[in-house]
Design a protein around this ligand. Structure first.
Ligand code: CUA
Length: 318
């Protein structure tokens, strides 16, 4: 998958920058403390060796030692820890109150093991591929359809849990166009580690075009093989789990699996697991468990001809 990476140390938004700054600050403080402690330890060991006559019994020396332990082992660590906690709280507060009170623009729903993405008010529904306009904040509402997941796009924001019965929100505000890798950050079952997503940040006009295209119903192709494929889709009960919005072959709303209205326009299959190619699509239909063991989608055995037609139908959904 071609993407611009996922390192939280290469932030592409102000929120991610403040998290990265906090991380470097903590690394610096922890590094300084480490060097100081090892230095003191080395100093003590060297002094001990050079000075065979112990001064353990000298009361003034004992008091100095006690003071050092109290200060170095109690007061200084307490000050440092309280300071780091305060920095964390200030950063968290800034992240969570950003653009407070605005309406959510998009809803991301965690499923075992994929991401449902609904652009509120526009009717655009997609999966595993979150498009965002560059330079504009997008308020994202998060919830889960089953177990606990955690939405995490390291280059844009911190992790946010998706807990059953609760909705949470965060604001994604990419500074530069790019494709950022996202993850599920909470163990949620067999395919947790491959529950990925792509976040595609693009110029506002390109984003608007994309969103309009995704909101449109599926186009009805006149191609004969595509028509056969649509029948196969119906007979194989694909529509029990997957929606194809609008058109003559509209299926009832179903959100057990990803919305397929514009599946061919997406870059990946299986939650950013493999590139969206005809070969992978065939493999995915025949035996999704080979690509992703434990995935919820059942294997679909079809004669070659019907499989070809089904793939042609899905490829027509652009
Ligand atoms: Cu969803 Cu881990």
């Amino acid at each position: 998958m071609n993407d611009d990476g996922h390192s939280m140390l290469a932030p592409a938004s102000d929120a991610a920058s403040s998290i990265a700054t906090l991380w470097w600050l903590m690394l610096g403080i922890a590094g300084a403390v480490f060097v100081l402690v090892i230095g003191l330890y080395g100093y003590a060991a060297l002094r001990r060796r050079g000075d065979a006559a112990s001064d353990d019994d000298d009361p003034a020396s004992m008091r100095r030692a006690q003071r050092l332990v109290l200060l170095g082992g109690g007061v200084v660590p307490a000050v440092i820890l309280v300071g780091m906690t305060a920095l964390t709280i200030v950063t968290l507060d800034r992240l969570l109150t950003e653009h407070h009170g605005s309406e959510a623009d998009v809803e991301v729903i965690g499923h075992q093991f994929w991401w449902e993405i609904r652009y509120l008010g526009s009717g655009a529904v997609t999966a595993n591929e979150l498009h965002l306009p560059v330079g504009r904040p997008t308020r994202v509402r998060l919830r889960t359809a089953d177990v606990i997941h955690s939405f995490w796009v390291p280059r844009l924001h911190g992790k946010m849990d998706m807990t059953p019965g609760r909705t949470t929100e965060l604001v994604l505000h990419p500074r530069e166009a790019g494709t950022y890798r996202g993850f599920c950050g909470e163990f949620c079952g067999l395919q947790h580690s491959l529950m990925g997503l792509l976040v595609i940040a693009q110029p506002p006009d390109r984003f608007a075009e994309w969103q309009q295209a995704q909101a449109r119903p599926a186009e009805v192709s006149t191609d004969a093989r595509v028509a056969i494929g649509a029948d196969v889709f119906a007979r194989a009960d694909c529509g029990l789990c997957h929606a194809v919005r609008g058109g003559a072959r509209s299926t009832p709303p179903a959100d057990v699996g990803p919305d397929l209205t514009h599946v061919a326009s997406r870059r990946t299959l299986g939650s950013a697991t493999v590139p969206n190619t005809v070969q992978h699509l065939r493999q995915w239909i025949i035996d999704p468990h080979r690509l992703k063991p434990g995935v919820r989608m059942p294997a679909t055995r079809l004669p070659d001809e019907e499989l070809d037609a089904l793939v042609a139908y899905l490829e027509s959904l652009r």
